[in-house]
Design a protein around this ligand. Sequence first.
Ligand SMILES: [Zn+2]
Length: 85
Amino acid sequence: MAYFTRTVSDEVRQKAELSRKEAEEFIERELKCPVCGYIVGVAYSDSKGHLKIKCQKCKTISVINFAYFYRRKYKQRYKKSIKGF
Ligand SMILES: [Zn+2]
């Protein structure tokens, strides 16, 4: 029995490798399912906008807006920098 294997072009592989290298300098934070708290992925400090996720534990599909899930430390640092001006 032959298995179907999907091939990806060299250009796509190069883009993926470049993305991985760029992400090395960013801070990682875990994305948790809003229903059960299971870790569904990792976001980098430059992540913006919305992301649709499916929890592998409870199977819930959720939409996350990164603006609502920033770390508290980031907000405090941001406020301090505004007061400084
Ligand atoms: Zn879940």
